[in-house]
Design a protein around this ligand. Structure first.
Ligand code: FES
Ligand code: FE2
Length: 357
């Protein structure tokens, strides 16, 4: 991928081909996504020792079957595929105190994924070896959230640090998941177009008339970190705002929303009512799944401020992003420029992409 000019005044966006090419889409699995940190779930799924939770790494895209488990408070991830013939070992969340037995030919593993036994294997040479254990994968926890990776290229601390320092004062561990307020959206557009749109507030007065009544567009700002960035939604008077503690560098500011983006496809949106996590999963070059997961802090603030009507805002975004998807394919479009004041986040995203790929 061509380098993106670090000078935003001179820079051009990534080639439009990125948004529709099948080849680029496929190669992004290995040259980008397996190296990133991905959100798995919150730790309530593996609260007790030996509780296990099967999941697929980037379900619908990479689909590697993995198993999250807890060993004496230590949460880790490992392959959920039998090392004999590749059968899936665990299909539903369960307790693996008595180990794991493969239902195909009876191979057994202990709860840490180490090979224990296998019937009828007398005579196999060099057996068992380390390769017969279930491979462990990198897994990290932030607050109550579990992330995993396959071959991470980014140190988890540098990935999460800036968000942690900024909003770590909120009682995030105590936020409660709300199934009713969580939703999955399917968008007919490339995953990176969806992220581009998220990363700029430039379009708010044009696309989101309702939201622009609440946010103070003139004070809307983007801060760039190493692997994440923050759009600070500054609220108008009388809107629902955060009560920010003196210890925060934002003390005294009228903040209605913290929009954090974590490279390349995760969004943590904090509102006075709590947190909306958006997980963007590529499905096809022009098809993307976005999961909105809601974690409630203060239910009484749910219907006001920048964090109200998220569904309406999402539909407005989808409509425009789907139009752009059709536009980028045009023979009369190949790349564009960035607004230096309003599109710092998109420029940051494109720079990171070009560094990774
Ligand atoms: S596939 Fe698991 S024992 Fe054969
Ligand atoms: Fe938007």
């Amino acid at each position: 991928m061509k380098k993106i000019n670090p000078n935003i005044n001179k820079a051009k966006t990534i080639d439009s081909e990125f948004y529709y090419s099948n080849d680029i889409f496929e190669t992004n699995k290995e040259n980008l996504f397996v190296k990133t940190w991905q959100f798995v779930c919150d730790n309530s799924k593996v609260k007790n020792t030996d509780q296990s939770y099967p999941y697929e790494f980037m379900e619908g895209f990479i689909d590697d079957p993995l198993l999250l488990t807890n060993q004496n408070g230590n949460i880790f991830s490992m392959s959920n595929v039998c090392t004999h013939r590749g059968n899936i070992l665990i299909k539903k969340p369960c307790n693996i105190k008595n180990g794991i037995t493969c239902r195909y030919h009876g191979r057994r593993f202990n709860s840490a994924g180490e090979f224990l036994s296998m019937p009828k294997c007398e005579g196999i040479e060099n057996f068992p070896s380390k390769k017969d254990n279930l491979q462990k994968l990198p897994c990290r926890i932030w607050k109550q959230f579990v992330f995993s990776s396959i071959t991470p290229k980014i140190n988890f601390k540098s990935f999460i640090k800036d968000m942690d320092e900024r909003v770590g004062w909120m009682p995030i561990e105590k936020f409660i998941f709300s199934k009713e307020r969580s939703k999955e959206y399917i968008i007919n557009a490339n995953w990176a177009l969806y992220c581009d749109n998220y990363l700029e507030g430039f379009h708010i007065p044009f696309v989101h008339k309702g939201l622009s009544q609440v946010l103070n567009y003139a004070d809307y700002d983007t801060e760039i970190f190493k692997y994440s960035n923050l759009q600070l939604g500054v609220g108008k008077e009388n809107e629902e705002l955060f009560e920010i503690p003196k210890t925060s560098i934002d003390y005294g500011k009228k903040i209605a929303a913290y929009y954090f983006w974590l490279f390349p496809n995760i969004m943590f949106n904090f509102y006075p009512w709590g947190l909306s996590i958006n997980i963007v999963t590529p499905l096809e070059p022009k098809k993307t799944k976005v999961n909105f997961l809601s974690y409630i802090w203060d239910e009484s603030k749910l219907n006001s401020g920048a964090g109200a009507s998220l569904d309406k805002v999402e539909q407005e975004d989808e409509e425009i992003v789907e139009d752009v998807q059709r536009g980028v394919k045009s023979r009369y479009y190949s790349k564009g420029q960035f607004s230096p004041s309003m599109e710092k986040g998109v420029h940051h995203f494109h720079q990171l992409l070009s560094k990774f790929i």
